[in-house]
Design a binder for this molecule. Structure first.
Ligand code: NIG
Length: 400
């Protein structure tokens, strides 16, 4: 069945050229985009929807969340707002609650969070394990996540569990735990930070994960300068996430990974910014303008988790990136759509597994579109916090 969405006042395509169309229309054929262009020239379709001059853009691609958890960390948040600084140790509180939850409850909680994200315009979402931290619990989190999320990342190397030896635990992550999660995950990640995993331990996790055929991501340079970015670049990770504390060398190393993108379309290591987390942990924002100026591709993601960023609102993250990080609306929207797709290596289609590209609007890409109750995407930052989502299509189906 074909669906025509017409009379779109402003359409941000998030294509590599940053094309914005006025008075535009899009046609979906099943789950794919079959036509895009000026409304006046749109072909007929089985069904049509009049956007009434509203702004349209791709659905959000949220490339960094931690949604498989139980429990609550309001007290930790209150303490932080009263002046305490974030320490990764709070993760252990969520580990206890998650281990204690049954499969049914953990699944129900995850489904509710994904539904919340979808209501906010997210049409493609990654989530991680990382609150199980033993073989059985990490495998359970991965299995539950694989039934719900578009992409699953193994984050056994999130925190060394209380009372365990760090090197012994790293062995477990690199061996039995990796084997147990392997059927459910496409990615592996490591929290390379003081208080979590050292550079050497992180290197072991990345090596073992690469050898197991997983794509790599790194939590790096969140709470202070460190080795996360350098390791991500060394291992050809698809993204390094947080990037709050970067040296000149870090920026240069990331820029170097993008040298072949324009000519050969070969993506480098995406710098994923998590602005809602930065607000909640009172960290400096990443040097986004500097990264862009150096040629680094950015993603913006929600980092929805119970400790540092309990929101899945990509619109809030985009507004914060504009209001606080100095990005233009177009740059922020691109980072939250195409950038997320790049970070998940879903920016192009994959004929082998029949997957369609997400994160930008072009013929052949997955039909993921949101309409805002606003005449332009600028309203995302101009009216921060307002419920601007008017309609959402995911893979050609209206989900809101
Ligand atoms: O991305 N940095 C590590 N992991 C999460 C926080 C997890 C938590 O505190 O529960 C993050 O911010």
């Amino acid at each position: 069945m074909s669906v025509l969405i017409t009379n779109i006042g402003e359409l941000l395509t998030s294509d590599p050229d940053g094309t914005t169309l006025r008075d535009a229309a899009v046609v979906f054929e099943g789950e794919r985009i079959s036509w895009i262009g000026p409304a006046a020239h749109a072909p007929a379709a089985d069904e049509s929807h009049d956007a009434g001059g509203r702004a349209g853009l791709p659905g959000w691609v949220d490339s960094h969340t931690h949604l498989v958890f139980a429990g609550d960390r309001t007290a930790e948040f209150e303490a932080r707002m009263a002046g305490e600084s974030y320490a990764a140790g709070g993760i252990a509180v969520t580990v206890d609650a998650t281990r204690a939850a049954g499969d049914y409850d953990l699944t129900r909680l995850l489904l509710a969070r994904v539904a919340e994200a979808a209501a906010g315009g997210t049409t493609y979402l990654e989530t991680k394990t990382g609150y199980g931290l033993d073989v059985e619990q990490e495998a359970r989190s991965a299995r539950i996540a694989a039934g719900v999320a578009d992409e699953v990342t193994f984050l056994g190397a999130h925190l060394v569990p209380r009372g365990e030896d760090a090197d012994h635990y790293t062995d477990l992550v690199c061996g039995p735990m990796l084997d147990a999660v392997r059927p459910y995950v496409r990615w592996a990640d490591v929290f390379c930070e003081t208080g979590a995993f050292t550079a050497e331990q992180s290197r072991r996790v990345l090596s073992a994960s690469a050898a197991a055929g997983l794509g790599l991501r790194v939590h790096g340079n969140q709470l202070g300068p460190g080795d996360g970015v350098a390791l991500a670049v060394e291992f050809g990770a698809a993204s390094v996430d947080h990037v709050n504390h970067l040296t000149d060398d870090d920026v240069e190393a990331l820029a170097g990974t993008w040298a072949g993108f324009a000519a050969r379309g070969e993506p480098g290591t995406v710098a994923t910014c998590l602005p809602a987390c930065d607000l909640s942990t009172r960290q400096p924002f990443p040097p986004a303008r500097r990264l862009l100026g150096a040629g680094v591709q950015l993603a913006i993601a929600s980092n929805c988790n119970p400790g540092t960023s309990f929101t899945s609102s990509m619109a809030f993250c985009v507004a914060t990136a504009v209001l606080q990080m100095g990005l233009t609306v177009q740059e922020a929207v691109r980072a939250a759509t195409f950038g997320g797709a790049l970070a998940l290596r879903r920016h192009t289609g994959d004929d082998e597994d029949g997957r369609r590209a997400v994160g930008s609007l072009a013929v052949g890409h997955r039909a993921d579109l949101q309409l805002l109750d606003a005449p332009s995407a600028t309203h995302l930052a101009y009216r921060p916090g307002m419920p601007l989502v008017h309609a959402v299509w995911r893979a050609g189906s209206r989900v809101r």
